[in-house]
Design a protein around this ligand. Structure first.
Ligand SMILES: NC(=O)c1ccc[n+]([C@@H]2O[C@H](COP(=O)([O-])OP(=O)(O)OC[C@H]3O[C@@H](n4cnc5c(N)ncnc54)[C@H](OP(=O)(O)O)[C@@H]3O)[C@@H](O)[C@H]2O)c1
Length: 342
């Protein structure tokens, strides 16, 4: 394929600029459309990024009718992802969908069916899969330096305060979903990516801190326990009212060694007397400019150009989202919830 692929961006908010920049830097793509509720905002976004061959749309169907658009990045609030994703698939456009892809089960299933039925490539924006520490950890695991895993925990601790652009809508249940779906899903996905096993059961709790200072409509704090195949245990804590700098701690324990973020202790190296620290880039910032969107979008473009499925497609992301949804059911009903969800 020699011609450039046309990319469209839905939404003009915080994360959309990172998608635009990454398509601009990819040699095979050009940003040709931006969708906004306001034509002026879409035009202003195109100007801001120096896009000279880019149309502003306010109507998704009109955008999707454009034959010069092949790829769509969905960068709108969560509650729009299913409808927009299904419409893109029906129009034969490949999709990169921001997380969470759905905030209830029916929508999750509907989107999954549409992606399969219309046979489009998809990537879900669990962008940390391209973080360098994640690559280091996957390499350590594949070299057997931890042996067989028996426990893993990954937490998402990030105060998403009223200063954030997402706050006005994300703090409402109808648009945000739950803390796990809105934010903690990154940690759930990371744990799945490291453990490489199916989750079979989830138990969850969630709470408001006293006074609910950020006025979230749903509990901004939660913890879930996950049982994976082979009895491997996992834990994910989420706090979007976290009163400290962004933290994304990772702990993996195996019968041969332990990883704590970028520190490794392994019995594969006789004579090791303390933690070995691996210099790398940690997932230690909530700023979208710090996230590896370039690598994610290069991967999406490669999948489309080569007709291959992503490891991070909608079908895979369904499993991460089911864990999040199960955490909420468990919290409501006070019981462990079996996976996959019925
Ligand atoms: N993967 C990651 O690490 C990561 C990082 C950040 C965000 N995200 C995800 O990306 C999505 C967008 O996040 P963001 O930070 O870009 O949010 P944002 O700054 O609030 O932008 C969302 C955009 O969506 C459009 N929109 C359409 N309908 C809307 C409505 N009813 N209310 C508000 N905006 C509406 C708006 O553009 P117009 O006003 O022009 O229509 C708005 O600028 C979210 O799902 C979020 O979870 C993911």
């Amino acid at each position: 394929m020699s011609e450039r692929l046309g990319a469209a961006i839905l939404g003009t908010g915080d994360v959309s600029g990172e998608h635009i920049r990454a398509y601009q830097r990819n040699p095979y793509t050009e940003v040709r459309a931006i969708l906004s509720r306001s034509r002026e905002r879409a035009e202003a976004k195109a100007r801001e990024y120096g896009l000279t061959n880019c149309r502003a749309y306010t109507d998704l169907d009109a955008l999707l009718a454009d034959p010069d658009i092949h790829l769509v990045s969905i960068c709108t609030p969560h509650h729009l992802h299913v409808e927009q994703g299904v419409a893109c698939a029906q129009a034969g456009k490949h999709v990169l969908i921001e997380k969470p892809i759905a905030i209830e089960l029916e929508g999750l299933r509907r989107l999954d069916r549409a992606i399969r039925e219309y046979n489009v490539r998809s990537v879900v924006s669990f962008v940390l899969r391209w973080n360098p520490l994640f690559q280091v950890i996957r390499s350590i695991l594949s070299q057997g330096l931890l042996g067989d895993l028996y426990y893993g925990e990954v937490d998402y601790l990030h105060g998403i305060t009223k200063q954030y652009s997402v706050y006005p809508w994300m703090s409402r249940r109808e648009y945000g979903g739950t803390a796990l779906l809105a934010a903690g899903c990154h940690a759930v996905d990371a744990l799945r990516w490291f453990v490489q096993r199916e989750a079979v059961e989830v138990f969850g709790y969630a709470n408001f801190s006293r006074g609910n200072p950020l006025e979230y409509e749903y509990e901004p704090n939660s913890v879930i326990l996950i049982r994976f195949e082979d009895g491997v245990m996992g834990k994910v804590a989420t706090s979007i009212e976290y009163m400290a700098p962004y933290t994304f701690p990772i702990v993996l324990m195996g019968n041969r060694g332990v990883i704590r973020d970028n520190r490794l202790f392994t019995h594969a190296w006789p004579g090791q007397t303390g933690w070995a620290t691996i210099p790398t880039i940690l997932p230690d910032s909530g700023a979208v400019t710090h996230h590896p969107f370039q690598a994610e979008i290069d991967h999406f473009v490669d999948c489309v150009r080569n007709g291959v499925e992503s490891h991070c497609n909608v079908a895979d992301a369904v499993k991460t989202h089911e864990i999040c949804l199960a955490g909420e059911i468990s919290k409501q009903e006070g019981r462990p919830v079996k996976l996959p969800l019925a």
